[in-house]
Design a protein around this ligand. Structure first.
Ligand code: ADP
Length: 606
């Protein structure tokens, strides 16, 4: 009893998602939904008319054959046949239109779902991307987004169509004999159970397989993505990854086949039951016709009605089962949509200081990445005065990039606070704050767009043809390389699209720097900004650095002491703590960690 109750409860939960499916389809394509529904109504009524016309034709023909005197006029029957042909034509017409409507409606819904996923992905906290469970949810939502909305539209249409036709035909059958309606339901009950059981199995399997599927996707990506192409060849990894991919997809295929075969066997059994019911009923109707209780036309009508009712019920069942499977997508889709960003702005954000007067201060800031036990930053006290250049040095993993991420509010500190002219970052609007900052991370992006667009992305509020784009490229030394390209600044970069030309890594880096300098932001953070540049390019960038900054506040993260020494203040980080700080001369005089690292690098150069 309790299991039955829990099954019913689960089904009801499924119905709640059905409602969401309706709202999703309706909300994204109301006009197409109305057109689709109108066609469904016509399509479910016309077959009834056809059946009735067929009964009239058979009765007309048998009546005429049996009529005394042998007057066999075709006139009346000819009219009926013409009407039946017209009904068939209307039916065909509706089917064609319904096809177009369904396809367009599905496309509109698919695009709407893609819009929702894109907007949500952009708005999600960066922390979500560090979480494998988020990737599972995103994968399921993304994976099925191209076909699930189409399937939902098809299932809903099928459900309406089947439902309406069934109501009409069932009325007719009950009028004939209530027992026939009962036989119909009893014969189909096993089918319902098999469908539901199978859907449950699919649901459980799909939940379980996501990790395997994501891993297979990862291998596929490594094999086909340009970024991995060099290492794959160099280390001869192709066969290894192809093998791993094959194993996983074979495993998934085997599981899917196993489920499919079990379903086929059960369905064959239930269909056999349906056939027995259909022909049993037929025998009953034939008997009644022979005994004179029915005309030959009635016999044709009821046989067709029974067959159609069976078809409708099958349609209803398969659409319900389809919707139940779509449920998986919908529940993942809504789980994805229900994720709430934690990095948010207060209802009434504070105004950003314009211009920055005092600067940025970290007070006793500690931080751990979400889901990680390791404290990455501990009790950080740091001051970035307005208009000054502050450098962060330290070994890999000491927490320098994490500091920059906190400044952008990609994450919030676990304790302590970061202030801008004395106001906590959490009191500003997130987007407005990010507009004040520009960061070029170590793993900055190579956009496969034109060179001009690559710089323009630093400030899309300006025109794409803004002359300051060229100025920024000249300041960082990118212009020289860009002018040598076939179409200069309007050359497509990267090898992904037609006529694309590739830059060297150092040139890409200069371009990224130009993007940062093109922005309006008054605080500029550069994470290893010259790591890929040659010594001359680096020297040129840094001799012009103060002029480039034009009074902006800057944070430089670098391993190179040649870069760091020009900063007004240098902070040395070690394992998430600040070890010492001061100007280059002060730190060298102190003879601590900075002095020894500087000495090591200087000796290396000599
Ligand atoms: P640095 O820039 O000084 O090389 P990072 O700030 O990038 O160092 O990293 C500091 C520490 O934080 C490292 O130990 C790294 O493993 C850890 N870390 C970085 N990013 C993440 C993340 N997204 N999730 C969990 N730990 C991270």
């Amino acid at each position: 009893m309790t299991t039955l109750l829990s099954v019913i409860r689960n089904r009801l939960r499924g119905l709640r998602n059905l409602n969401r499916a309706f709202m999703l389809v309706w909300g994204s394509a109301p006009g197409w939904t109305v057109a689709g529904t109108a066609l469904v109504i016509v399509q479910s009524v016309v077959p009834l008319a056809s059946m009735y016309l067929m009964k009239l034709i058979v009765d007309g023909v048998t009546g005429a054959i049996a009529a005394p005197g042998g007057v066999r006029s075709f006139a009346g029957i000819g009219g009926l046949v013409a009407l039946a042909a017209a009904a068939a034509f209307v039916s065909a017409l509706c089917r064609s239109f319904a096809g177009i409507v369904r396809e367009t409606q599905a496309q509109v819904v698919t695009d709407h779902v893609a819009d929702i996923i894109h907007e949500k992905s952009v708005a999600a906290d960066l922390a979500f991307y560090d979480n494998p469970a988020f990737h599972d949810t995103l994968h399921r939502a993304q994976q099925e987004a191209p076909f699930r909305p189409v399937s939902i539209v098809a299932s809903l249409t099928q459900l309406c169509n089947g439902g309406l036709s069934f109501i009409a035909v069932a009325g007719l059958l009950i009028y004939l004999h209530w027992a026939i309606a009962l036989v119909l339901l009893v014969a189909l009950a096993p089918g319902i159970i098999v469908r539901i059981k199978y859907s449950d199995m699919i649901y459980a399997w799909q939940q379980k397989r996501t990790k395997t599927e994501r891993k297979a996707h990862y291998f596929h990506w490594v094999l086909t993505d340009g970024a991995h192409a060099r290492e794959l060849r160099l280390f001869g990894l192709g066969c290894l990854f192809i093998g791993w991919y094959r194993n996983l997809s074979a495993q998934l295929r085997k599981e899917r086949l196993g489920l499919g075969s079990r379903r086929a066997v059960f369905e064959l059994a239930t269909q056999t039951l349906g056939i027995v019911a259909l022909f049993g009923t037929f025998a009953f109707i034939a008997g009644r016709t022979l005994s004179g209780a029915m005309t030959l036309g009635d016999m044709v009508l009821y046989y067709q009605a029974f067959q159609r009712a069976q078809g409708c019920l099958q349609e209803i069942l398969s659409s319900l089962a389809g919707l139940y499977e779509d449920n998986l997508f919908l529940s993942n889709f809504y789980a994805f949509l229900d994720l709430k960003p934690e990095v948010t702005a207060p209802p009434r954000p504070a105004a950003l200081p314009e211009p920055l007067q005092q600067g940025i201060v970290f007070s006793r800031v500690s931080f751990r990445y979400p889901g990680s036990a390791k404290t990455v930053l501990q009790d950080i006290d740091l001051c970035i005065p307005a208009g000054k250049v502050v450098a962060l040095v330290g070994e890999n993993g000491s927490g320098k990039t994490t500091l920059a991420k906190l400044l952008c509010r990609f994450y919030d500190p676990e304790s302590g606070e970061i202030t801008l002219d004395g106001i906590d970052l959490r009191r500003f609007d997130v987007q407005a704050l990010r507009k004040k900052l520009t960061v070029i991370f170590q793993d900055y992006m190579h956009y496969h767009l034109t060179a001009r667009e690559n710089i323009w992305l630093g400030n899309i509020e300006r025109e794409p043809a803004d002359p300051r784009i060229v100025v920024a490229a000249e300041q960082t030394g990118a212009a020289e390389a860009l002018r040598r390209l076939d179409r200069g600044f309007d050359t497509q970069l990267g090898r992904l699209f037609e006529d694309g030309q590739e830059l060297s890594i150092g040139e890409w880096q200069k371009l990224a720097l130009a993007r940062a300098f093109f922005s309006d932001a008054r605080v500029i953070i550069l994470d290893e900004p010259t790591s890929s540049m040659d010594a001359r390019a680096e020297h040129e960038v840094f001799t012009a650095f103060r002029r480039l900054l034009d009074g902006r506040t800057a944070v430089l993260i670098s391993h190179r002491f040649s870069t760091v020494r020009m900063a007004d203040c240098i902070y040395v980080l070690e394992q998430g703590r600040i070890l010492e700080h001061g100007s280059h001369d002060e730190l060298v005089r102190r003879g601590g960690k900075y002095a020894s690292l500087f000495d090591l690098q200087a000796r290396h150069y000599k």
